[in-house]
Design a protein around this ligand. Structure first.
Ligand SMILES: [Zn+2]
Length: 414
C-alpha cells in the first residue's frame, strides 16, 4: 500500500496483505457525523428491501465521525465476506446508534455497501486472491501447537507485562518499560515456553512448505526468509494480541500516529543467520506502530539501529547525533516503536535469530493524514524546520525592533 505516493531511494516495506479500507470521510454533515457518498447500487435512497434484509436509508443514516467507544462490535469471522472480517468489526463502531442493535446481517449489508463504494476493484480482487491463498494453506497445513492459535494471555505473556496491561495506566507501563531513547520502548513480554512453541510451529510450517513445494509469500519486500503468521491461521489470535495488548500501550505513548485507533495488523516472523537473511537495510515500516520481539535461538550480532522518526517527505534527511541509537536483542524482550522510526538490523554474525514482528496500523490515521496540510508533530525534521522558521521570524522581528529603536534615538526630541 502506498499512502504517500512518493518514490524514495529508501526501501519501504510493502505489506502483501490487502490494506484496510479507510473510513469514508466525504460529505461532512453539520452534526459532526460523516455522510457517505450518494447512493450506490442495489439500495433504495428511502430505505428498501434487498435480499430479504431491510437496508437503512442513506438519507437518514450516517456514519459517525468518532467511533462509539462503549460499543462491543459483533464478530464477522465466520462469514464469507469480500472484505476482512476485522474491517467490519472496526467499522461497526462508526455506525449510527440506531443501527447498532440491529441484526448482524443488516449491519453487514449496510457496511458492505459503504465499503464497495470506497474500495477500488483492484484491491477487492487482490483481497479475494489472498483469501483463497490463505484458505488453501489453512486447509492443508497440520498445526503442531493448537494452543498458539487462540489467545491464552497467561501462557503467552510474563506476569509483569500482564499486570501492567491490567492496570492500564502510563505509570504502570513505565514501571515495566525502559525508554532508552525517545519513542523506543523495551520490555519483557513473552514467556520462554511461548517463544519455544512459536519457533517450533514456524519450523514445522517451513518443513511443510518444503515438503509440499507450496509457494508461499514472504513477509515483505526485504526479507527473503520468514513466514506470515496470519497466512497459516494466526490472524484472529494476532488481532486480539494487537487490540488487547498493543493498542492500550500505543494509546498512551503514540497517540499522534493513531496509537489509539490501531485496527489492522500484519504479523510475521523473520529469520536471520548465515544461511538466512544476514541483515536488513535501513528502512521504515508500513505501520503506525511496530512490535518486534526476539523469539530467540543462539546468536551474536543482529543489533537494531535506529535513526530518528521521519515523515514521507523527510525520510532521507540527515540523522542528528542524538537520534543515533543501537539496540541488542534479548530473547523474550520486546521493542515497540513508531513505524516511521527509521531503522535497520546489523548482520547476525553467528547462529540464528528469529523475531516476531507485528505491524499495527490505523486506517483512521491514514485517512486523516491525506487531508493534513500541517507538518506532523512526530517528524523530527519537520519540527526542526518549524523551529528554524520560528527562530528566523523572531530574529527578523528583533532586527526590525532594533532598527526602529535606533532610529528613535536619532530622532530629535521635539
Ligand atoms: Zn517531516
Amino acid at each position: 500500500m502506498s499512502n504517500d505516493g512518493t518514490s524514495s531511494p529508501l526501501d519501504r516495506h510493502v505489506d502483501p496483505t490487502p490494506p484496510p479500507i479507510s473510513q469514508p470521510t466525504t460529505g461532512n454533515a453539520s452534526d459532526g457525523s460523516v455522510l457517505p457518498h450518494s447512493n450506490g447500487n442495489g439500495t433504495d435512497d428511502n430505505g428498501g428491501q434487498q435480499n430479504g434484509v431491510v437496508v437503512p436509508s442513506y438519507t437518514t443514516t450516517r456514519l459517525r465521525l468518532n467511533p462509539n467507544a462503549d460499543h462491543k462490535p459483533d464478530s464477522y469471522e465466520n462469514l464469507d465476506l469480500d472484505f476482512s472480517p476485522f474491517l467490519f468489526s472496526s467499522l461497526e463502531s462508526y455506525l449510527p446508534s440506531n443501527l447498532l442493535s440491529l441484526s448482524r446481517d443488516v449491519k453487514v449489508t449496510y457496511m458492505r455497501d459503504v465499503l464497495l463504494r470506497y474500495s477500488p476493484e483492484s484491491e477487492r480482487v487482490r483481497f479475494q486472491k489472498h483469501r483463497e491463498y490463505r484458505q488453501k494453506i489453512i486447509s492443508n497445513y497440520q498445526r503442531l501447537h493448537m494452543e498458539l492459535y487462540t489467545m491464552h494471555a497467561t501462557t503467552f505473556f510474563v506476569p509483569s507485562f500482564l499486570k501492567a496491561i491490567n492496570e492500564n495506566t502510563e505509570q504502570g507501563f513505565r514501571n515495566i518499560m525502559s525508554e532508552p531513547t525517545p519513542g523506543i520502548f523495551t520490555f519483557e513480554m513473552l514467556q520462554p515456553h511461548f517463544c519455544e512453541m512459536l519457533l517450533a510451529e514456524v519450523e514445522n510450517f517451513e518443513k511443510w512448505v518444503h515438503e509440499t513445494k507450496f509457494r508461499i509469500m514472504r513477509p515483505n519486500t526485504m526479507n527473503k526468509y520468514g513466514a506470515v503468521l496470519d497466512d497459516f491461521g494466526m490472524e484472529t489470535m494476532l488481532d486480539k494480541f494487537m487490540e488487547e495488548f498493543i493498542r492500550p500501550i500505543s494509546k498512551v505513548f503514540f497517540p499522534e500516529v493513531g496509537g489509539s485507533t490501531l485496527d489492522a495488523h500484519h504479523g510475521f516472523v523473520v529469520e536471520y543467520g548465515m544461511d538466512r537473511d544476514l541483515d536488513l537495510g535501513f528502512h521504515v515500516d508500513d505501520s503506525e506502530v511496530t512490535l518486534n520481539v526476539c523469539l530467540g535461538k543462539q546468536f551474536s550480532g543482529g543489533e537494531l539501529f535506529f535513526r530518528g522518526v521521519r515523515c514521507e517527505k523527510h525520510v532521507n534527511t540527515e540523522t542528528q547525533s542524538e537520534e543515533i541509537f543501537d539496540y541488542p536483542h534479548l530473547p523474550g524482550r520486546a521493542v515497540l516503536h513508531r513505524g516511521r522510526h527509521r531503522h535497520g538490523a546489523r548482520a547476525t554474525t553467528s547462529g540464528n535469530r528469529i523475531n516476531l514482528l507485528l505491524w499495527c496500523k490505523s486506517s483512521v490515521f491514514r485517512e486523516l493524514r491525506k487531508y493534513q496540510k500541517e507538518f506532523p508533530s512526530w517528524c523530527a525534521e519537520c519540527q526542526r524546520e518549524k523551529k528554524e522558521r520560528q527562530h528566523q521570524s523572531v530574529t527578523a522581528a528583533k532586527l526590525v525592533k532594533l532598527k526602529f529603536s535606533n532610529q528613535s534615538v536619532l530622532l530629535p526630541n521635539w
